[in-house]
Design a protein around this ligand. Structure first.
Ligand SMILES: NC(=O)C1=CN([C@@H]2O[C@H](COP(=O)(O)OP(=O)(O)OC[C@H]3O[C@@H](n4cnc5c(N)ncnc54)[C@H](O)[C@@H]3O)[C@@H](O)[C@H]2O)[C@H](O)CC1
Ligand SMILES: [K+]
Length: 504
């Protein structure tokens, strides 16, 4: 799914109005209906809603939602500011709601005397994509006041105070939503840590904006949705042999960090590679042969790796548990100098490279590197916030012609063309040592199976998150282990096969 800026969304809105054609107030009706349908389906414990409406079209949505919820039998109160001029469509919906005697309309300042029942849901329809600056004055006070309430909070389109495309000043006040019902598109600010925390659980509601506009309008930012995944995943060919699915090698491990290669190798195996090797120090021989008997062991050193050479045709994932011993570092850098095929570089491989900025140029083109924010900082330097980090990653991906998998809650895959793919699978159960080792294994496995670098990185990140969702259902986010995530790979493949299977 394409991610558009607030300006592009507004253009899409206008294009739809003109070309569908549909009146703008009817489009607002459609948006409100989508919200009300979601609320009716999902809200089983609450009958009272208090809706806060601004003066723009977000407020217009709020009035329409309030009216429709009332017609469905919910108890509704509305707060607004009648002293400021409404937009045309908000005015029209304000007029409709005034005619309903069962809905009381109050001024914002009356909120201080309002009795919030614990079962009242607060709906924020103050500002949406039209917000151009931080909240101030009365509305800022109002949002601060509402944020202190323990009630469930739902934002319409965007939490008020949040900008769609960028980070606000750190002292800005933003409505703290439990749920955000957003129209048609993911907004970039939902996907970054500093801003996404205000949106709570995001639901994207289809309001049938123009497909032509969406198709024709260029963007560099995407969310990895089912369509993206279906276009990448290939069903396993029945007329195949182990050679069809390639050779993969995990190179890593050092004394005390052998678990990382065990997990990474197991992830390669369970993600479907044809032949799997592990290059590890001798001290890991028994551990690896016992834990991952399907993989072949290649001795790369005694207590740490000194030799990175594996079979020419194997795809190499380097770094899990590798350590940064000076001899390991030296031989890794020598290996990089002589290597022209794309590699997957993770963890200590990145930490070794980060020791000297000149090493960055040794990374073979089209390689996939998988830094977490701290590793990214060591490689490329500090940034003010995660939006700037992504921009820096785009520059570096272009400059070095590599793929950067920037690991985060919404991991981003940044391509050498400067495109950004945001992942929306996964959960905080992955915030544990070992999760990254698994991801490296999955990418290595998919690349060995002849997915392109672009496809392997995107599919693997999505796949890793999906497996984590299955694991958390069984074990909880707290208790699930990376090895539980690997055990769910089969379920993820079943889901993938179901997605692309031609049904009779
Ligand atoms: N995108 C769609 O397809 C649809 C969107 N809908 C809804 O419309 C809003 C966007 O509406 P818009 O009128 O452009 O903006 P807002 O309602 O967000 O209000 C902006 C309003 O407020 C002024 N303003 C901006 N910043 C501030 C501030 N910090 N303090 C005070 N006032 C501010 C600004 O000048 C405007 O007058 C979108 O989010 C959807 O909810 C449609 O209903 C359906 C289709
Ligand atoms: K809002």
């Amino acid at each position: 799914m394409k991610i558009f800026t607030a300006e592009q969304i507004s253009n899409c809105d206008q294009y739809t109005i003109k070309n569908e054609p549909v009146s703008s107030v009817h489009l607002m009706e459609r948006a409100a209906e989508a919200c009300v349908e979601w609320i009716s389906e999902n809200c089983n414990h609450h009958r009272n809603f208090v809706v806060f409406c601004g003066n723009g079209n977000n407020g217009g949505d709020g009035f329409a939602i309030a009216r429709m919820l009332y017609q469905k039998g919910f108890d509704i109160d509305v707060f607004t500011n009648t002293k400021i001029k409404f937009s045309t469509d908000a005015q029209e919906n304000f007029r409709h709601i005034k005619e309903i005697s069962g809905i009381t309309i109050r001024e914002f300042k009356e909120v201080l005397n309002y009795r919030f029942d614990s079962r009242t849901v607060i709906v924020d329809a103050l500002f949406g994509t039209g917000l151009s600056r931080s909240l101030n004055g009365d509305v800022k006070d109002l949002v601060e006041f509402l944020n202190q309430k323990k009630n469930i909070k739902i934002s319409i389109d965007l939490p008020s105070g949040l900008l769609a495309d960028t980070v606000s000043d750190s002292d800005s006040v933003v409505f703290m939503a439990d749920y955000t019902l957003s129209f048609q598109f993911w907004k970039k600010s939902f996907l970054h840590a500093e801003t996404g925390k205000f949106a709570g659980k995001v639901e994207i509601l289809d309001i049938n904006l123009s497909e032509d506009f969406i198709e024709e309008t260029e963007t560099g930012d995407f969310v990895i949705d089912d369509e993206v995944i279906k276009s990448i995943f290939k069903i396993r060919n029945e007329f195949s042999h182990k050679g069809t699915y390639g050779k993969a090698a995990i190179i890593g491990g050092s004394y005390g960090k052998m678990g990382a290669v065990v997990l990474s190798t197991r992830a390669v195996l369970k993600a479907g590679a044809g032949l799997t090797f592990t290059v590890a120090p001798k001290c890991g021989y028994e551990i690896l042969q016992t834990s991952d008997p399907e993989a072949m062991f290649i001795e790369g050193g005694k207590d740490y790796i000194e030799n990175f050479d594996v079979e020419e045709t194997a795809v190499c994932g380097i770094g899990p548990g590798l350590g940064t011993h000076e001899k390991t570092a030296k031989s890794l850098l020598n290996f990089l100098k002589s290597c022209s095929k794309p590699l997957i570089l993770d963890a200590d491989a990145l930490n070794i490279i980060a020791q000297d900025p000149a090493n960055l140029n040794l990374i073979p083109v089209k390689s996939i590197i998988t830094p977490h924010p701290k590793e990214f900082e060591r490689l490329f330097g500090k940034t003010e916030n995660s939006f700037e980090r992504t921009e820096l990653a785009k520059n570096k991906s272009r400059e070095l012609h590599i793929y950067i998998v920037l690991k985060d809650h919404h991991t981003q895959i940044i391509t050498p063309e400067g495109k950004v793919f945001y992942n929306i699978t996964g959960n905080s159960g992955l915030a544990k040592g070992g999760s990254g080792d698994i991801l490296t294994g999955i990418i290595t496995s998919f690349l060995a199976q002849k997915y392109s670098e672009h496809e392997a990185a995107i599919l693997a990140v999505w796949f890793h998150g999906k497996a984590a969702e299955f694991a958390s259902e069984k074990h909880s986010k707290e208790s699930m282990l990376p090895s539980d995530v690997i055990k769910e790979f089969g379920n993820v493949f079943s889901e993938l096969n179901d997605k692309v299977q031609k049904l009779l």
